[in-house]
Design a protein around this ligand. Structure first.
Ligand code: GUN
Length: 295
């Protein structure tokens, strides 16, 4: 069994990005800038946003975090986004999800200029991605990070059966679409499972590459995995653990302790897909900057 070390790959990638930022800075006289908006005080979101800002600075990019109270109106939020759309120093705009229930996610997605939508959530980016025009869009950071892991670990994907469990707009849907495309790290036959799927273990057991993006701790058990499969665990679930100072620990969507030994390769949680998501966000921000300066 090979452990896919997302922490290491993300560090390598961030070092590469840092070099690239320096090169572009010499040409353009300025650096890429990412602005993250967080509305309310969801504790997990606060951790993610802090990590995004920290990584941004580590690679030499500018990072701004706008913290808005939970009561912020949709109109106010859309006004902030519009100002960022117009700001030439802002190359990436990210509004952290989940949003308070009185704010419509769709309205927010639509408000972000597609050329600054480093999350890849805008329909223009999703559409170009589905069409396979990957040089004309931003790819959603988590699926993009998984492609990068498959590529850097040289995992054979061509003609393999990839089963994606989960159909969210952020992970499951873009992931399944990408695995279908004709890239070196994709080119799979793809099945998507979800909460209404019948006989799910029968399907997941057929997976050469199993991607778990359900959001339920330890959902994928031993009986659901084919021996020798490559397993990618997208889950970051907080489960109670009184022995920890924080009161919780992180668990993936895969029952790692029982599944890992039967796989050919697996991502751990933490230290697998999670760090890659941030690295790809930075890659997208750099890409946005390079496009805006015709570099
Ligand atoms: N919440 C969890 N993951 C993400 C992400 O990739 N982007 C945004 N904007 N919010 C998230």
């Amino acid at each position: 069994m090979m452990l896919i070390d997302g922490k290491k790959v993300s560090t390598d990638l961030k070092n590469e990005l840092k070099t690239r930022v320096e090169e572009l800075k010499a040409k353009a006289g300025c650096v890429p800038g990412l602005t993250v908006i967080i509305v309310g005080e969801d504790p997990a979101s606060q951790v993610y946003v802090r990590n995004k800002a920290k990584s941004c600075k580590e690679t030499g990019m500018n990072s701004t975090v706008i913290e808005l109270p939970a009561e912020t109106s949709q109109k106010e939020l859309l006004g902030k986004i519009e100002a960022l759309n117009q700001d030439p120093d802002v190359h990436g705009i990210l509004v952290q999800q989940p949003l308070p229930s009185h704010i419509e996610e769709y309205a927010v997605t639509m408000a972000i200029d597609p050329s600054k939508d480093v999350d890849g959530f805008h329909p223009e980016n999703v559409g170009q991605m589905v069409l396979g025009n990957l040089d004309k869009c931003f790819i959603s950071c988590t699926p993009f990070g998984i492609l990068e892991l498959l590529r850097r670990y040289d995992i054979e994907t061509r003609g393999k059966h990839c089963v994606v469990v989960g159909r969210s707009n952020i992970v499951g849907k873009p992931m399944a679409n990408l695995m279908l495309q004709k890239l070196r790290e994709t080119n799979c036959t793809v099945t998507v499972c979800h909460s209404a799927t019948q006989n799910m273990p029968e399907l997941t057991r057929q997976a050469d590459i199993l991607i778990a993006a359900i959001g339920r701790a330890n959902f994928i058990t031993r009986e659901m995995v084919k021996p020798g499969a490559v397993v990618i665990d997208v889950g970051i679930n907080r489960i109670e653990d009184p022995s920890r100072k924080s009161g919780f620990r992180l668990a993936g969507d895969v029952d790692f302790d029982n599944v890992a030994k039967m796989t050919s390769a697996i991502t751990p949680v933490p230290g697998g897909v999670g760090p890659m998501t941030i690295a790809m966000l930075l890659k997208n921000t750099l890409q946005s900057f390079a496009r805006s300066h015709n570099l």
